[in-house]
Structures are given as structure tokens and as C-alpha cells.
Design a protein around this ligand. Structure first.
Ligand code: IDC
Length: 318
């Protein structure tokens, strides 16, 4: 850490154990900080599913309950791929995928947890590729969930390739008003260019005219190190509210060795800035970002023996 950060007063902190919708009320963004309805800082700490289309079985209440009660997590991110095989905009079944989201939202609500509805663009690179589907999707979701106070809308996972911040802003200008018409205050998360690393571009030219917006930064600790941490810190110091809606402690492929030393540095920075985060990923896929061993076929009631090293690390931080 190169500079002290002075924008947070220490008495305005809520630990992840107590940050629950029933305690915090409607979330809002004050300055750079996610806050409860009384203006106290809120920290969300959770896990992201892998593609709902590939691993629907983990959307079950016992599974979420274990994360809440035993792992001390208060957030589930529901990753709905758009363009990948089985995705919402390709050959997936949109109704079945929306049902998984509804079920996930119900379980999280019953368990007093937060939930991110993640429009998981990836190989489609530019969120404008499927903007019509996105508009209809967010219209439906935000009207259905307008009364809930535990939902965050992530309108595009990771713009990438040639997609510019101008492209993302143009997309956001179409999607945010749709959500706002139904749910005037829900927190909306916005991806940034280069696989959600360019929070500097968002900080230089933020979206205006709406409250309760946050911008996402994603990191994979074995790939992204001090340079990206500096980008994050500078953006926050410039006043940008940042949410780490996806991170891994392996490399950016979602696989490879885990870098515990870099992971510690990242956690130190996130804790210091009180930045909320969700780890990738809840599955038993044979890759090191998966928190479960590929041999684990359970869908809830995991023991330490069922966990991959990524899972052991996250569980160890409870
Ligand atoms: C990866 C999955 C992997 C899958 C791949 C492509 O871990 O199993 O085959 O997507 O579908 C991201 C993306 C996230 C990636 C992850 C790891 O948001 O979808 O998941 N990653 O590559 N950004 C940086 C890394």
C-alpha cells in the first residue's frame, strides 16, 4: 500500500457477518462506499457460480445455507453466460435459465443473503452485441424483483477485445433506465473494458445522472498484481465506487497455480478500502478456480475433504 486512505471513518464499518438484508435495509452507494440505509459501510463477501447453464445443481437452498452459516458469506453471484454454449443468447433455454435465477434469488432471500444477477458476457466481448436480449431480460427481472432489497444487477460481466468505455457507457445508458423505472434504487454494477480491469477509464468519465452505481474490477491473483492494484487504488481515490464482482487466486484462465502471496496483497487492499467481492467459482469443474474437487459430486453439505485448494483458502478466511 503506497498511500493511506482517509475517506473511511473506522466507526462506519459493518462486518460481513452482520451485513444482511434484514439488518441493512436497502443498499446505497455513498461516495465510494457501499452502505446500508443508515449510511454505515457494508461489506459483501461471497461466491460466484460458474455458468448456470452448466452447473444448475448448485442452485439449491442447502448449498447456499452452508455458505451463509459455515463460511460466513453473505453474497451469491448468479452467472448467466450470454454467448457461450448453453448461454442465454445462443442455444440455452432462456426460460429454464430465468427459473434458475428466480430460484437462486428465492433461496438467497429466505437465507437473508445478497444476490447478484450477472449478465455474463464474455466471448461476445461487447455488451451491445446482445443489447436487445439484455433490455428484455433486465426489464423482466427488475419488474419481478422490484420489492426486494437484496438484489444487485450486474449489467455486463467483462467487456473485452476492442470494446471501449464509450461502448459500455452507450449500453449502460440503455439498460440502467430500464432497471430504474422498475426499481429506482437497486445497486447496479457496470463492467469496465479489458475484462473489467479499466476502472481508470470509468473514473475519468463516470456515468452521470443516476445514484447507486458501482464499477467492477476483476482480478486473478496469479496474473494481476501490483499494477492492477494501483489502478484500483487510484480509481477509488479519484472517487469511483468499485465492486470486485469476480476474482480468483489462480491465473486468468481460471486454472493454474494459486498465488497465495498475491492473494494476501489483494485482500489487504480490498479490506482496507472496504470493497465487496465474490470469488470465482462454485463448481467441481476440473480447474483450480473451482472451489470443489472434481471428485466431489455432492451439491451441498461439503466437508473440508471435498474442497479444492481455492475452496480451502476461502473457507479458511471465514
Ligand atoms: C471461465 C471458466 C471456465 C470456462 C471459461 C469459458 O472458469 O471453466 O471454460 O470461463 O467459458 C473470467 C470470466 C469467467 C472465466 C474466468 C476464468 O468472467 O467467465 O471463467 N475469467 O477464465 N474473467 C477472467 C477470468
Amino acid at each position: 500500500m503506497t498511500q493511506a486512505i482517509s475517506f473511511l471513518s473506522s466507526e462506519k464499518k459493518t462486518s460481513s457477518a452482520t451485513a444482511a438484508p434484514s439488518v441493512c435495509g436497502a443498499l446505497r452507494v455513498i461516495g465510494t462506499q457501499l452502505s446500508d440505509e443508515n449510511g454505515n459501510a457494508v461489506l459483501l463477501n461471497g461466491i460466484s457460480t460458474l455458468g448456470l447453464c452448466w452447473y444448475p445443481e448448485y442452485i439449491n437452498k442447502d448449498c447456499f445455507a452452508q455458505f451463509k452459516k459455515e463460511w460466513n458469506l453473505n453474497l451469491i453471484r448468479l452467472a448467466m453466460y450470454t454467448e457461450e454454449p448453453g448461454g442465454y443468447c445462443t442455444d440455452g433455454d432462456p426460460n429454464a435459465l430465468k427459473m434458475l435465477i428466480r430460484n437462486g434469488v428465492s433461496y438467497a432471500t429466505e437465507l437473508d443473503m445478497y444476490v447478484i444477477i450477472d449478465w455474463h458476457i464474455l466471448s461476445d466481448s461487447n455488451p451491445n452485441t446482445h443489447i436487445e436480449e439484455a433490455k428484455a431480460f433486465f426489464e423482466e427481472m427488475s419488474s419481478e424483483f422490484a420489492d426486494r432489497n437484496n438484489i444487485l444487477y450486474e449489467i455486463c460481466n467483462e467487456p473485452n477485445g476492442n470494446t471501449t468505455w464509450i461502448d459500455v457507457k452507450a449500453y449502460a445508458a440503455e439498460i440502467i433506465p430500464i432497471i430504474r423505472r422498475n426499481d429506482p434504487n437497486a445497486v447496479v454494477l457496470i463492467g469496465t473494458p479489458n475484462w473489467s480491469q479499466c476502472v481508470d477509464q470509468a473514473a475519468a468519465d463516470p456515468i452521470t445522472g443516476y445514484d447507486n452505481l458501482m464499477y467492477t474490477l476483476h482480478f486473478y491473483a496469479a496474473t494481476h498484481k501490483e499494477a492492477l492494484r494501483q489502478t484500483l487504488l487510484s480509481a477509488v481515490e479519484a472517487g469511483l465506487p468499485v465492486f470486485v464482482s469476480e476474482y480468483g487466486i489462480c491465473d486468468a484462465s481460471g486454472n493454474g497455480i494459486l498465488d497465495y502471496e498475491q492473494a494476501d496483497k489483494w485482500m489487504e487492499l480490498l479490506d482496507h478500502c472496504q470493497i465487496s467481492r465474490a470469488m470465482w467459482n462454485l463448481s467441481n469443474r476440473d480447474e483450480s478456480s473451482a472451489i470443489l474437487k472434481s471428485s466431489c459430486t455432492k451439491i451441498s453439505g461439503f466437508t473440508e475433504d471435498d474442497l479444492n485448494d481455492s475452496g480451502k483458502w476461502l473457507y479458511g478466511r471465514r
